[in-house]
Design a protein around this ligand. Structure first.
Ligand SMILES: [Zn+2]
Length: 221
């Protein structure tokens, strides 16, 4: 049986993190913990957290450290995460969050922090042609010749341009990400915990390199 894993996946939006997280989650049989998905679910369900988070996100900003650390602490204490591990996606975003996470995981430390690296120009192009199903969230790539909206193959819902996928909004999110994540990458690099994986090749190829990196880290620790 494949042992579980405790992983952090960093990467720009559009780097293919979502796809790889799903595959890694199946491979290692661990939950994919996406703080973005958790926040969106909270917004959809209209919880207290969701209402607060929506105001921040509608302004194009990121939700504060205190809220995020609380959400993650709670999630990592659940039995699936304690028993087999997890893939953290979207967290930590700041050095402050990383320090809090080190404290949360002091008994069961992270195996490796992976930076899935795809250059900014490439993710900009990918994100501008992205379309998403309004109902089930499946992502599509538009060629530019489709009638909008078109019908989702998975659920029959409307496939549309996301409201927040305008070039300006994408550039703003990438700026925020780079500003915040550069110190985080330095933080993990200085501790020898970072593995940079080139995310520009085929999804199969990227996946093979990801699992090989995790296995190598486990052998060396
Ligand atoms: Zn759909």
């Amino acid at each position: 049986m494949i042992p579980g894993a405790r992983l952090i996946l960093l990467g720009r939006q559009g780097a293919g993190k979502g796809t790889q997280c799903v595959r890694l989650s199946r491979h290692f049989v661990v939950p994919h913990i996406s703080t973005g998905d958790m926040l969106r679910a909270a917004v959809r369900e209209g919880t207290e957290l969701g209402i607060m988070a929506k105001q921040v996100m509608d302004a194009g900003n990121l939700v504060g450290d205190d809220i995020m650390v609380g959400i993650v602490r709670e999630r990592l204490s659940q039995t699936d995460a304690v028993g087999r591990g997890y893939i953290l996606d979207g967290f930590p975003r700041t050095v402050g969050q990383a320090i809090a996470l080190d404290e949360i995981t002091s008994d069961l430390p992270i195996d490796v922090v992976i930076d899935l690296d795809v250059p900014r120009e490439l993710v900009l192009a990918r994100l501008s042609s992205r379309r998403v199903c309004r109902d089930c969230g499946t992502n599509y790539v538009a060629s530019g010749h489709e009638k909008m909206p078109w019908i989702c193959e998975v659920c029959g819902g409307d496939v549309m341009h996301r409201d927040d996928d305008t070039p300006e909004a994408i550039a703003h999110r990438l700026d925020l990400y780079e500003e915040q994540t550069a110190p985080l990458i330095e933080y993990y690099q200085a501790q020898g915990r970072l593995a940079v994986i080139n995310g520009t090749s085929s999804p199969d190829d990227v996946f093979r390199r990801l699992t090989a990196t995790v296995d190598a880290r486990r052998r060396s620790s």
